[in-house]
Structures are given as C-alpha cells and as structure tokens.
Write a protein that binds this ligand. Structure first.
Ligand SMILES: NC(=O)c1ccc[n+]([C@@H]2O[C@H](COP(=O)([O-])OP(=O)(O)OC[C@H]3O[C@@H](n4cnc5c(N)ncnc54)[C@H](O)[C@@H]3O)[C@@H](O)[C@H]2O)c1
Length: 359
C-alpha cells in the first residue's frame, strides 16, 4: 500500500514542496492526501492547482487522514508545535531548515520523535548538490590533504526579507534562514563539530526599512582538527543581482583546494522582459516532462524532499525503524549541531567575544 502523505504550510517554499510531492503522487510513489495551512487563500490556490484537500487546522488533518508522513513548511520559528504533534500522532516528519531558531525547541522535537519512534528528517538539500557530494568525497578520500581553512558565502537578494518574508524576517536572520545550510554542510563534509566561533553582524539596511533583523553576519568557526572556516550570511544583496541567491564554498588543505560555485553554473539568460541578466542554476530545480507523470520538478532541492519519501516507503516496506536508517539522512540530532552553531554565532555577535561551543 502507498504511504499517505500530508503537508503543513503552503506558502512560498511549501508550494515548491507540494509541487514535488504532487509529482511523486502522479508517479504512483505516494498517496498525497491533504495540505494544512492557516490561510484559506493558500489552501484555495492548492485546491485550484492540484485538487488536494485542505485543512485550516493541521491537528484535524493529523487526526483524520491516517498519515504515514508529513512535511512541515511553516516559518522558521513555527516548526515546534507542528512537529511535536505529528510525532505524538506517530507520523514520520520532514521539517524545513532550520530545525528551529531555539535550541530548547529543537531538543524537544528530537525527543518527541525518538519517544514515538518516528523519523525526523531535516531538509538540508545542500547535501544533495552533486558539487557538494564530490567535495565531501574528495575531503573524505584525503585528496586535499589536511583541511587548513575554508570560505563560504550565502547571500539572498533583499527582496527575500523585505517582500517574501516581511511578516517574519524579524523572527529569523540571515544565519537562521541561509547560513544554516552551509553550517550543516561544513559539519557534514568535515565530519566534525566546531569548537570555537567568533562572529560580527550588522543592522543597518533592514533597520532603515523598519525590519529588525541582521543584514549580514560573518562567522569564523574553528574545528578540533585545527581547520578554520569563515561563513558569510547576508540577505541585503540588491534586487538587480542576477539570481535570488549567491552561494559559494571553497576548502583548502595541505595537498589541494576545491571550490564549488553553487550560484554560477555557467548558465546565463537575458530576456527582453527584464532589465538584468539571469544566472540560472538548473541543477537545483527544473520542471521536466516525465514519460509517465507529465510535468514534474527535478533537481537536487527536489531530490532532498523526495528522499524522505523513499526512506518512509522503505521503512514501511521492510518494517524498519528510523534508527536503522540514521546514517543515511539529515537527522534531528545532526540538525541540532547547526542549530547550536547558529545560536552561538548570534551570541558571539551580541557579546563581541570568541565563544567556546559545546554540545
Ligand atoms: N530549503 C530552502 O531552500 C528553503 C527556501 C525557502 C524557505 N525554506 C524554509 O521553509 C519554511 C517556510 O518558508 P516559506 O518560504 O514557505 O514561508 P512562507 O511565509 O511563504 O509560508 C509559510 C506558510 O506557513 C503557514 N503557516 C504558518 N503557521 C501555520 C500553522 N500553524 N499551521 C499551518 N500553516 C501555517 C502560513 O500561512 C504560510 O502559508 C521556513 O522554515 C524556511 O526557512 C527553505
């Protein structure tokens, strides 16, 4: 029998996930049964586009729909209740990054998932980018020798905090919303947790627009091996930039160096309708025609979402528990590391000090 799947949150990224899960439904991999959102407008759009049943109260969806799995795509600071209620209903969970903007809430979610023996999968799609997978393997195979230092940037256009998430940008930050992707990635690639951090931040541009959130935060992490990695997170890049997001990573070791430019994949487009050119990353997300399912999305951001469904299918088919698969996905425990990193970065900015990080 196919797994029954629901989604909580049908906003900007929820719509991307719903499109991905509708593709899985049309391929016959899952039964996509319902979507919950507190906005009736959001539900009406989903109903019109896909004909999927909507609930204004996610708890009612959990109670009535006998779900095997749910994806939580609510704002950064609103994951906890949806996750804990799903865990207590015995439903496997994909939750968007960051797991939480609060360490205590993250720990409560992890405990609820463990207590109920359900999967808590955090959607860290950077782990699914082939460029990052290649970099991780090169580091693992010691192709770069001992890693000495590295550099990362992840920056969004200013439309993200001022237009897309104007209502909750003050409850998040460029670190919680963006940096966390690469905090997790660096931890995943180096396979060690940082022990020290120093960070600086600025509140200028967004403050001038009436939004109380950091514009940018620069953090330098030190790892037990001695490697240091500097990570810039920002969401004030002018809207005339050629992509919504700019992102790069480079690592340098005793015997090599590797860089992944995750923004510029060499695909440039100029359309008469726009007054700037576009640098496109078709490997992240692309709508394609599937021979069986028609128009469906693909790309590494989608792969990450679909992988969760494959794991739940596997657990059901082979009668497995999440603990038997924990080496194969971004678990709640792993996401706690990046949650602590984000939290310490903010504390370092506020105190103006180098801080030790313990887990
Ligand atoms: N992985 C990525 O690249 C990526 C990109 C964008 C956003 N995200 C993450 O996805 C999450 C959602 O972001 P978004 O862009 O969709 O935000 P959004 O503000 O566009 O949408 C959030 C939706 O959640 C709904 N919601 C809020 N509380 C709810 C509740 N209790 N029950 C049901 N619905 C509720 C809102 O009505 C809204 O429709 C965030 O955690 C964000 O960081 C991830």
């Amino acid at each position: 029998m196919k797994i029954r799947v629901g989604v909580v949150g049908a906003g900007i990224y929820g719509s991307v996930l719903i499109n991905a899960y509708y593709g899985a439904h049309r391929r016959g991999d899952i039964e996509f049964v319902a979507v919950a959102d507190i906005s009736s407008d959001a539900l009406a759009k989903i109903d019109k586009k896909y004909g999927i049943k909507g609930y204004l109260d996610y708890k009612e969806m959990y109670e009535k729909e006998h779900l095997d799995a749910v994806a939580i795509v609510t704002p950064d600071f609103l994951h906890e209740a949806c996750v804990i209620d799903a865990a207590n209903s015995g439903i496997h969970i994909l939750v968007q990054k960051p797991l939480s903007t609060d360490i205590g809430a993250a720990e409560r979610m992890i405990k609820a998932a463990k207590d109920n023996d359900v999967m808590l999968y955090v959607d860290f799609h950077k782990r699914f980018d082939p460029g990052h997978m290649h970099l991780r393997k090169a580091v693992k195979d010691k192709k770069l020798g001992e890693i000495e230092y590295g550099y990362v940037c992840m920056e969004d256009k200013i439309l993200v905090p001022t237009e897309w998430f104007k209502s909750w940008a003050h409850n998040s930050s460029p670190v919680w919303f963006l940096g966390v992707h690469f905090f997790d990635l660096i931890y995943w690639i180096l396979e060690e947790k940082p022990v020290r951090v120093y960070a600086t931040g600025h509140k200028k541009k967004l403050a001038s627009l009436g939004i109380d959130s950091y514009d940018s935060i620069q953090a330098k992490f030190e790892f037990p091996s001695g490697a240091t990695v500097s990570i810039d997170s920002s969401w004030i890049i002018p809207n005339s930039f050629s992509s919504v997001v700019n992102q790069q990573i480079r690592l340098v070791g005793t015997d090599g160096m590797q860089e992944v430019d995750s923004q510029d994949r060499g695909v440039v487009a100029v359309f008469g309708s726009d007054d700037y050119s576009h640098v496109i990353n078709p490997y992240g997300q692309l709508q394609v025609d599937d021979i069986d399912a028609g128009s469906v999305p693909t790309g590494y951001t989608i792969e990450s979402m679909l992988y969760f469904l494959r794991l739940v299918n596997k657990m059901k088919r082979d009668n497995l528990t999440p603990i038997t698969l924990q080496a194969d996905y971004p678990t709640g425990d792993q996401a706690l590391v990046s949650t602590i990193m984000c939290s310490k970065v903010h504390e370092s900015v506020e105190k103006g000090k180098v801080l030790e990080i313990t887990y």
